[in-house]
Ligand binder design. Structure first.
Ligand SMILES: [Zn+2]
Length: 184
Protein backbone atom coordinates (compact mmCIF):
# COMPACT_ATOMS: atom_id res chain seq x y z
CA UNK A 1 0.00 0.00 0.00
CA UNK A 2 1.25 3.46 -0.86
CA UNK A 3 2.48 5.87 1.80
CA UNK A 4 -0.36 8.25 0.99
CA UNK A 5 -3.09 5.68 1.57
CA UNK A 6 -1.32 4.70 4.79
CA UNK A 7 -2.33 8.08 6.17
CA UNK A 8 -5.91 6.92 6.30
CA UNK A 9 -5.51 3.71 8.25
CA UNK A 10 -7.80 2.90 11.14
CA UNK A 11 -6.37 0.40 13.61
CA UNK A 12 -9.56 -1.06 14.98
CA UNK A 13 -8.33 -4.20 16.69
CA UNK A 14 -7.17 -2.50 19.87
CA UNK A 15 -10.10 -0.10 20.09
CA UNK A 16 -12.54 -0.40 22.94
CA UNK A 17 -16.19 -0.94 22.09
CA UNK A 18 -17.83 2.47 21.77
CA UNK A 19 -17.24 5.76 20.02
CA UNK A 20 -13.93 7.09 18.71
CA UNK A 21 -13.18 10.16 16.62
CA UNK A 22 -10.51 10.32 13.90
CA UNK A 23 -9.43 13.35 11.88
CA UNK A 24 -7.55 13.37 8.60
CA UNK A 25 -6.33 15.94 6.10
CA UNK A 26 -6.62 15.55 2.36
CA UNK A 27 -4.29 17.37 -0.02
CA UNK A 28 -2.93 17.06 -3.56
CA UNK A 29 -1.08 13.82 -2.73
CA UNK A 30 -4.31 11.81 -2.46
CA UNK A 31 -5.58 12.99 -5.86
CA UNK A 32 -2.18 12.32 -7.43
CA UNK A 33 -2.53 8.73 -6.24
CA UNK A 34 -5.44 8.16 -8.63
CA UNK A 35 -4.32 8.80 -12.21
CA UNK A 36 -7.74 9.25 -13.77
CA UNK A 37 -8.79 11.81 -11.19
CA UNK A 38 -10.85 14.80 -12.37
CA UNK A 39 -9.61 16.57 -9.25
CA UNK A 40 -6.08 17.95 -9.58
CA UNK A 41 -5.65 19.50 -6.14
CA UNK A 42 -7.54 20.01 -2.94
CA UNK A 43 -7.52 20.92 0.70
CA UNK A 44 -10.11 19.14 2.80
CA UNK A 45 -10.61 17.93 6.31
CA UNK A 46 -12.17 14.59 7.16
CA UNK A 47 -13.79 13.67 10.42
CA UNK A 48 -14.74 10.07 11.13
CA UNK A 49 -16.89 9.13 14.07
CA UNK A 50 -16.34 5.43 14.56
CA UNK A 51 -18.68 3.36 16.64
CA UNK A 52 -17.12 0.00 17.45
CA UNK A 53 -19.41 -2.94 18.09
CA UNK A 54 -18.28 -6.52 18.69
CA UNK A 55 -18.32 -7.62 15.03
CA UNK A 56 -18.93 -4.38 13.22
CA UNK A 57 -17.69 -0.83 12.84
CA UNK A 58 -20.07 2.01 12.02
CA UNK A 59 -18.32 5.01 10.54
CA UNK A 60 -19.97 8.38 10.06
CA UNK A 61 -17.77 10.30 7.66
CA UNK A 62 -17.81 14.08 7.19
CA UNK A 63 -15.64 15.75 4.56
CA UNK A 64 -15.40 19.46 3.87
CA UNK A 65 -13.04 21.68 1.89
CA UNK A 66 -12.00 22.91 -1.54
CA UNK A 67 -11.04 21.01 -4.67
CA UNK A 68 -9.42 22.10 -7.91
CA UNK A 69 -11.17 20.91 -11.08
CA UNK A 70 -11.19 21.93 -14.74
CA UNK A 71 -13.81 24.33 -16.04
CA UNK A 72 -15.99 22.56 -18.65
CA UNK A 73 -16.15 25.75 -20.73
CA UNK A 74 -12.63 27.19 -20.83
CA UNK A 75 -10.71 24.10 -19.55
CA UNK A 76 -8.81 26.20 -16.99
CA UNK A 77 -8.40 24.79 -13.46
CA UNK A 78 -10.44 26.51 -10.75
CA UNK A 79 -11.40 25.84 -7.15
CA UNK A 80 -14.86 24.95 -5.83
CA UNK A 81 -16.03 24.16 -2.31
CA UNK A 82 -17.44 20.73 -1.58
CA UNK A 83 -18.77 18.65 1.28
CA UNK A 84 -19.74 15.05 1.85
CA UNK A 85 -21.57 13.15 4.53
CA UNK A 86 -21.73 9.37 4.45
CA UNK A 87 -21.99 6.22 6.46
CA UNK A 88 -19.72 3.22 6.05
CA UNK A 89 -20.36 -0.12 7.70
CA UNK A 90 -17.44 -2.49 8.20
CA UNK A 91 -18.38 -6.06 9.02
CA UNK A 92 -15.71 -8.08 10.77
CA UNK A 93 -16.57 -11.48 9.45
CA UNK A 94 -15.00 -14.38 7.59
CA UNK A 95 -18.10 -15.00 5.51
CA UNK A 96 -19.56 -12.45 3.16
CA UNK A 97 -23.31 -12.00 2.91
CA UNK A 98 -23.80 -12.10 -0.88
CA UNK A 99 -26.80 -9.79 -0.72
CA UNK A 100 -24.52 -7.07 0.64
CA UNK A 101 -21.60 -7.72 -1.68
CA UNK A 102 -22.52 -5.02 -4.21
CA UNK A 103 -23.20 -2.38 -1.60
CA UNK A 104 -20.51 0.31 -1.67
CA UNK A 105 -21.37 1.33 1.88
CA UNK A 106 -20.62 -2.06 3.36
CA UNK A 107 -17.06 -3.34 3.62
CA UNK A 108 -15.95 -6.75 4.81
CA UNK A 109 -12.76 -7.52 6.69
CA UNK A 110 -11.77 -10.95 7.95
CA UNK A 111 -11.54 -11.57 11.68
CA UNK A 112 -7.72 -11.75 11.64
CA UNK A 113 -7.33 -8.24 10.16
CA UNK A 114 -6.56 -5.42 12.52
CA UNK A 115 -6.78 -2.32 10.33
CA UNK A 116 -8.73 -0.80 7.45
CA UNK A 117 -7.67 1.88 5.02
CA UNK A 118 -10.16 4.63 4.35
CA UNK A 119 -8.05 6.27 1.60
CA UNK A 120 -10.00 4.89 -1.35
CA UNK A 121 -13.35 5.49 0.35
CA UNK A 122 -12.42 9.11 1.15
CA UNK A 123 -11.16 9.71 -2.39
CA UNK A 124 -14.29 8.21 -4.00
CA UNK A 125 -16.56 10.12 -1.62
CA UNK A 126 -14.94 13.43 -2.60
CA UNK A 127 -15.34 12.53 -6.29
CA UNK A 128 -19.03 11.77 -5.71
CA UNK A 129 -19.54 15.03 -3.83
CA UNK A 130 -18.59 17.34 -6.70
CA UNK A 131 -21.13 18.30 -9.38
CA UNK A 132 -20.98 16.50 -12.74
CA UNK A 133 -20.84 19.79 -14.63
CA UNK A 134 -18.23 22.26 -13.40
CA UNK A 135 -17.77 25.77 -14.73
CA UNK A 136 -16.70 29.27 -13.72
CA UNK A 137 -19.65 31.04 -12.13
CA UNK A 138 -20.92 28.13 -10.02
CA UNK A 139 -20.69 27.75 -6.23
CA UNK A 140 -19.52 31.27 -5.58
CA UNK A 141 -16.89 31.35 -8.34
CA UNK A 142 -16.86 34.14 -10.90
CA UNK A 143 -17.89 33.94 -14.57
CA UNK A 144 -15.30 36.69 -15.17
CA UNK A 145 -12.54 34.14 -14.54
CA UNK A 146 -13.61 32.09 -17.55
CA UNK A 147 -10.81 32.48 -20.09
CA UNK A 148 -12.50 34.45 -22.88
CA UNK A 149 -9.75 33.85 -25.43
CA UNK A 150 -10.14 30.12 -24.99
CA UNK A 151 -13.93 30.48 -25.24
CA UNK A 152 -13.65 32.25 -28.59
CA UNK A 153 -11.24 29.59 -29.78
CA UNK A 154 -13.57 26.77 -28.71
CA UNK A 155 -16.54 28.46 -30.40
CA UNK A 156 -14.59 28.64 -33.65
CA UNK A 157 -13.87 24.91 -33.45
CA UNK A 158 -17.51 24.04 -32.79
CA UNK A 159 -19.28 22.82 -35.94
CA UNK A 160 -21.46 25.45 -37.54
CA UNK A 161 -24.63 23.94 -39.03
CA UNK A 162 -24.98 26.50 -41.79
CA UNK A 163 -21.54 25.78 -43.17
CA UNK A 164 -22.18 22.07 -43.36
CA UNK A 165 -24.51 22.42 -46.36
CA UNK A 166 -22.83 21.99 -49.70
CA UNK A 167 -23.03 25.11 -51.83
CA UNK A 168 -25.34 24.63 -54.81
CA UNK A 169 -23.01 25.01 -57.76
CA UNK A 170 -23.31 24.27 -61.40
CA UNK A 171 -20.09 22.67 -62.65
CA UNK A 172 -20.65 23.88 -66.25
CA UNK A 173 -20.75 27.46 -65.01
CA UNK A 174 -17.47 26.89 -63.12
CA UNK A 175 -15.79 25.60 -66.27
CA UNK A 176 -16.94 28.65 -68.19
CA UNK A 177 -15.56 30.92 -65.47
CA UNK A 178 -12.20 29.09 -65.64
CA UNK A 179 -12.03 29.58 -69.38
CA UNK A 180 -12.78 33.27 -69.07
CA UNK A 181 -10.15 33.68 -66.34
CA UNK A 182 -7.53 31.98 -68.50
CA UNK A 183 -8.16 34.38 -71.36
CA UNK A 184 -7.48 37.40 -69.18
ZN1 LIG B 1 -14.04 28.74 -17.31
Amino acid sequence: MSKILNRYLVQFKGLAVGQHVFSYDVDKALFDEFEASDITDGSLSVEVILNKLSNMLELDVYIEGDVEVKCDRCLEPFTIPTQFEGKLIVRISDSVDESENDNDEILYVSSNEHEISLGQYIYESICLSIPIQRYHGMLGTSTDDCDSEMLTHLNMLAPNDEEKEEPDTDSRWDKLKDLMNNKN
